[in-house]
Ligand binder design. Structure first.
Ligand code: NAD
Length: 372
């Protein structure tokens, strides 16, 4: 099968959907790989490395006109117009974006949105949300450290002792747990909050303190368990208690990394404008939920702003700031997914009965099958 890998066209997107390592595997599985010249440049994978791996360097139109197209982000309208009807498209296609899916259906492609993969053990090696969120959590802490006018670790020097930074992590999923681990490694004192009771043990196992918002009813406890590893919106009474506690913890904090998300919903507001006002001057908030509206109403998408003496980092695509590793992990996720789409002779063989395929298939034959 002909596999095309266009260069990502979305502003600020530095990742690429295949690396020389995965291209080599596609070629040895009898695929023909057409990669757009410069597709891996911003992730530091040079054209020559792709050529050496067996890919042919082509222009965008040729890559997009392939039988199967691998992307990081959803193609833009101009790219979709260059794709063949019936072509297979694999990427992070934003399965909650109905308009986006409608455009894919209209272009007649068979589209797989990798974010919709179920969170089952067998799908772990193709879990793009985890592979990318992990890097985002790491980078968020480094950004916070850069914008913080002080140090993270406690330091005893001849000129006096510096106190360790206090970090609060809100949402202890994949990104949050990595943020906790990274902040700890840098020497911060860390505490963290999550709705899911399972997160408590994970937070504590990383050496952070769990910010406990006790459940007052069975209903609260039941909702907090979530579904399929994901959180559900908590009742207002619990949110109000959490908000009070978070406000208290944020006032003591130097660094807040917020990662709280609920699939298909706006991000929950956890850090109110009033809480920001009460924070110490010089403290830093990195709002990883900014793409979904943010956990803090004062953060601004793709901007770093200062409000009430607090620096708010609202960069929405942190994996793109570590494009080499982000691409390497993403490309391996895609390679793993491809095992469910093509056979060992390089032919298209979509395993429709597979639950991962069923969950990720968002459009085919001109129709939107499902939005997540
Ligand atoms: P996510 O990005 O959807 O959400 C981030 C975190 O925000 C979650 O931990 C969620 O519980 C939390 N959150 C939501 N509302 C909140 C609130 N009001 N206050 C505090 N926190 C709030 O989630 P994710 O990181 O993609 O994954 C969540 C969990 O899914 C993981 O921790 C893991 O247990 C599970 N998971 C399982 C697999 C697998 O088994 N294959 C793979 C990946 C993740």
């Amino acid at each position: 099968m002909q596999i095309g890998i266009p260069r990502e066209s979305l502003a600020g997107e530095t990742r690429v959907a295949a690396t020389p390592e995965t291209v080599k595997k596609y070629v040895s599985a009898k695929h023909t790989v057409l990669i757009e010249r410069g597709a891996g440049e911003s992730a530091f994978f040079p054209d020559a490395a792709y050529e050496q791996a067996g890919a042919q360097l082509v222009d965008a139109a040729q890559a997009l006109a392939s039988d199967l197209v691998l992307k990081v982000r959803s193609p833009q309208a101009s790219e979709l117009a260059q794709m063949k009807k019936g072509a297979v498209l694999i990427g992070m296609l934003d399965p909650f974006n109905r308009e986006g899916l409608a455009a894919l259906a209209q272009a007649g492609v068979t589209a797989f949105a990798l974010e919709a993969a179920p969170r089952i053990t067998r799908a772990q090696s193709l879990d793009v949300l985890s592979s990318q969120a992990n890097l985002a959590g790491y980078k968020a802490v480094l950004l916070a450290a850069n914008h913080y006018g002080r140090l993270f670790p406690m330091m005893m020097t001849a000129a006096g002792t510096l106190k360790a930074a206090r970090a609060v992590v809100l949402g202890a999923g994949v990104a949050g747990l990595q943020a906790i681990a990274t902040a700890k490694r840098l020497g911060a004192v860390v505490e963290a909050s999550d709705v899911r009771p399972a997160a408590k043990e994970q937070i504590e196992s990383l050496g952070a303190k769990f910010i406990d918002v006790p459940f007052e009813t069975d209903e609260e406890r039941e909702i907090a368990e979530g579904t399929g590893g994901y959180a559900r919106p908590m009742p207002p009474a619990w949110m109000a208690r959490q908000s009070k506690l978070v406000a208290e913890r944020c006032r003591q904090a130097d660094i807040v990394i917020s990662t709280a998300l609920i699939p298909g919903r706006p991000a929950p507001e956890l850090i109110s404008a009033e809480t920001v006002q009460g924070m110490k001057p010089g403290s830093v908030i990195v709002d990883l939920a900014v793409e979904r509206g943010g956990n803090c109403p004062l953060s601004e998408k793709d901007r770093v702003v200062q409000k009430h003496g607090v620096t708010l980092v609202g960069l929405s695509n942190l994996p793109a700031l570590v494009p080499h590793d982000a691409s390497a992990l993403y490309a391996r996720n895609v390679l793993d997914f491809m095992k469910l789409v093509a056979d060992s002779e390089g032919r298209l063989a979509i395993q429709h009965e597979d639950e991962i395929i069923a969950a990720c298939l968002v459009c085919t034959d001109g129709k939107v099958l499902r939005s997540a």
